[in-house]
Design a protein around this ligand. Structure first.
Ligand code: SF4
Length: 501
């Protein structure tokens, strides 16, 4: 465990995320002096302790790293309360800083990278949307050189990730400039059922076998939510629709048709640029379902292998084979889908770089239009975290090298990166990147990730986001429990009414 002590109850979340980025396998505990009962001694289970003093009024922040053998390192930096540039000195080096938070993170980054002996690809950035920085700067009319140096000098982002974030921001901006998103909104419908639960799952997901008899009742609740949206958003343009989950293709063809037909009857989708249905699990896909979706105007689907190794698929509880995935993908092509996304995950338990090479070779034979490359994220308390604890193995290879292999292969297939996000506890402290062919980029993904418009989310466990004109964001959620969601559907709608009134 790494213990961080603070003199003020401030920046706890940022400090936790940054220390965790350096030490992903360690438990990190951030406490204020008041909360800590034993700050005098380092307990046996503590790797080291960091003592941080935020002295903003006096214009400085200091930190002391106290190792287990009682050796100490000390650093101090100046900070400014406002956005005025000032100079900070940390162990002899200087850097420009603006706010106490930036000054603190810069100092911590320098000291912790010395402790572990290397830098992090995303530097001190710990948020999930690093592309928002170049996006906002592009919107403010900043030039390429200024944007790139800001990312490198302020957040210590590597050259490679700076380039990636900048290029993605450029591409996103080009796509968004072509959509009248400021006056529009998008709709998300959540189907929280899956054939089985994957080992690494962090989504709202319940086994379809248990819920089969309740699915029609669930759809009726979605229809009630659709009625609300039709009324509340009358006259507004829908830019994209995304049916996700869970696994939406656990719905039978008639249920899928009923849901989409109802949506189309109630809400004008004539301006809708993209209608996606996640058909992630190949073991849930049939020709009848694909045909039903096609007839209903679905124009983008996602069929996800995650890996092309049967052994890994079994290990992660997917309960489908590589052959089943290939059949489902080919069937989707035969049914006329010309925008198919695939998801893969790097850093799956036991996988090596060779496994990723193999996965990419197999994917190249199929030629998806869109490929999302995820780095595995291990949620605390998840089945995967428990599995790792019990089985003692995690990533058998280097996730950074795996990412390189996937990137090379994606680019070789003519796909370019167009959106990017990071997650907590992400393998190798890397990112998830969406690659797509020209004209096939997932519009919903960009709108959602850049938080540039409201997304109305229907279904159990979904989160609705209202984006105001000044960029402010407010959210409301629907409960995760399916029974509770159905029993309290009026309250779920009430929450949206209060958010949008
Ligand atoms: S398919 Fe997706 S939502 Fe369903 S269990 Fe697997 S990870 Fe979770």
């Amino acid at each position: 465990m790494i213990k961080v002590l603070l003199n003020k109850d401030k920046f706890k979340y940022d400090i936790h995320s940054l220390v965790k980025a350096f030490y992903p396998k360690e438990d990190v505990s951030v406490l204020t002096y008041d909360e800590d009962k034993c700050r005098e001694a380092i307990e046996d289970n503590i790797v080291f302790m960091i003592d941080i003093s935020l002295m903003e009024e006096e214009g400085y922040i200091s930190m002391k790293i106290i190792h287990n053998d009682n050796s100490e390192t000390f650093a101090r930096t100046q900070c400014a309360e406002n956005d005025l540039e000032s100079s900070a000195s940390t162990n002899g080096s200087t850097a420009s800083l603006s706010t106490p938070k930036n000054a603190l993170k810069q100092m911590m980054y320098r000291e912790l990278s010395k402790e572990i002996g290397h830098d992090l690809p995303w530097g001190s950035l710990t948020g999930i949307r690093p592309t928002r920085i170049p996006m906002q700067m592009l919107d403010a009319g900043k030039e390429e050189a200024e944007i790139k140096s800001y990312m490198k000098d302020t957040f210590f982002v590597s050259d490679e990730k700076t380039e990636l974030a900048y290029n993605i921001a450029l591409r996103e901006k080009k796509i968004l400039d072509d959509i009248n998103y400021k006056n529009g909104y998008s709709i998300y419908l959540g189907i929280p059922f899956c054939p089985t639960t994957c080992l690494y799952c962090s989504f709202t997901s319940f086994p379809i076998v248990t819920w089969k008899k309740k699915v029609n009742e669930y759809i009726a609740c979605l229809e009630k939510e659709i009625d609300y949206v039709a009324d509340a958003f009358k006259g507004k343009t829908v830019n994209s629709v995304y049916i996700g989950g869970g696994t939406p293709t656990t719905l039978e063809p008639d249920q899928m048709t009923r849901l989409i037909t109802y949506l189309r009857e109630k809400i004008d989708l004539s301006e809708c640029r993209e209608f996606t249905v996640e058909s992630g699990r190949p073991d849930s896909i049939t020709r009848e379902k694909l045909s039903a979706m096609k007839k209903c105007g679905v124009d983008r689907i996602s069929v996800n292998p995650q890996t092309m190794s049967d052994e890994t698929l079994k290990r992660i509880g997917r309960q489908h084979t590589v052959a089943q995935f290939v059949d489902a993908y080919n069937m989707a092509r035969e049914e006329g889908f010309d925008n198919i996304n695939m998801d893969i995950i790097l850093g799956l338990p036991g996988e090596t770089e060779e496994d990723v090479e193999h996965t990419m070779r197999e994917i190249e034979k199929l030629g998806p239009d869109d490929l999302t490359v995820h780095s595995l994220s291990v949620k605390r308390g998840s089945r995967l975290a428990e599995h790792i604890r019990n089985n003692g193995f995690f990533v058998a290879g280097d996730t950074g090298k795996m990412m390189e292999i996937a990137k090379r292969s994606a680019e070789g297939m003519g796909l370019s990166p167009y959106y990017l996000y990071r997650q907590k506890n992400i393998s190798g402290n890397l990112e998830n990147t969406g690659y797509a062919r020209e004209g096939k980029a997932g519009i919903y993904n960009i709108l959602m990730m850049e938080e540039v418009q409201s997304i109305v989310a229907l279904g159990a466990g979904t989160v609705t986001k209202r984006v105001y004109g000044d960029g402010r964001i407010e959210r409301c959620d629907n409960v995760k429990d399916v029974t509770l969601y159905m029993n309290s559907i009026d309250e779920m709608i009430g929450r949206k009414k209060r958010l949008f009134d």
